[in-house]
Design a protein around this ligand. Sequence first.
Ligand code: LLP
Length: 434
Amino acid sequence: QGNMEINEQGQLEIAGHNLVDIAEEYGSPLYILDEEEIRTNCRAYREAFEKFYPNSMTLYASKAFLSLAMARIIDQEGLGLDVVSGGELYTALKANVAADKIYFHGNNKTLEELDMALEAEINAFVVDNRYELDMLNQMAGKKDMIADILIRVTPGIEAHTHSYIQTGQTDSKFGLGIQNGLALEAIKEAKELENINLKGIHCHIGSQIFKLESFAKAVDVMLEFVEDVKEEAGVILEELNLGGGIGIPYTDAEEKPDIEEYAKIVAESITAKCEELDIPLPKVINEPGRSIIATAGSTLYTVGSIKEIPGIRKYVAVDGGMTDNIRPALYEAEYEAILVNKADQAEEELVTITGKCCESGDILIRDIQLPQAEAGDLLLISCTGAYGYSMSSNYNGITRPGVLLLSENSIDWAVKPQSYEDLIANDVVAERLK
Ligand code: LLP
């Protein structure tokens, strides 16, 4: 992970800030973001595509983590944003992201969300289904507008990843199939609709993908479809959006796919396939989420109770858990951790890190080798930047931790911690219950 170091006192630092001091001042649990790492990852995408395929644009997939400050950083780094709800769109607009850098996804956008995005004049809707297509056409018609769209298709590719985060296969709640003809039908319809301008197609084959050849496979299927569409519907699709999905190593066992290599493979397969099919080179969009933010984030906890079940297991409990990181419970996701204040000590015992929720599945790390832990120690779980905060909950009345943004010269809240007042802010007690 990014800019981490162990200082002379054997304590862990991120971006030059001692985490023991940070915990003292800002409390725990706490999400920590390393700003430089976010910017480095953004630049890696921008520079790699500028080098291998300049007619392209990288959008950050907001669902991995979005806040006003995050949107500002993404905007400053020259990336666009992919949003999937009115809430994400609202956040992006409030952060002054230009509407023409925003793409809107989702398999069931509400009419209110479509209306909001039309009013904002976003770059394009990634239309998931025929209902959405018709609604959007009608709504744009009433406003005397033309809605720019991509059609989301499923290329029939099963990427090697957890089944919950696979999305490219034909049996999916997302998109319209290429193989079963549904995508072509939608394109023929879109072509006839007066208030729709069809710019291209989109696919997302899954998330946490390590085999870069999967993307080359997707390119081939997508471009063959572009050729079919040209033949069968007389439509030239100018934009090809390949979604996100590049994996990141959560543990030492995995190796980080190289972003430059990804861009090169995508560029080469597009160029070769377009030549073979004799079709024009499309504008290429990609939408990384995890590979921008995961390694920039970590979660700082304080150790509380420690329970040894003789001969079986030692449980080390921390002051957060599945409420701030649902991924281990949901996907059996694995993480690494370090005792911040004992970062230079030998890892001498095998423990299980649990959270504080009333749920046996609330285990953050099963079996990890750590220095002897005691109550009051600080534990950092790394690589929690993606889908940690964004999938957090208030289960058990646990407040959401704040998100602290660290850079070399400053420490700022990106999101303040929730308070107990925040927790009941929307509660209502009707008069008759008083
Ligand atoms: N574009 C589309 C259309 C997507 O559906 C997604 C992720 C992305 C881009 C970004 O994918 P990424 O680069 O982050 O892999 N909650 C799960 C991940 C769900 C991903 C859903 N879609 C997790 O925690 O692993």
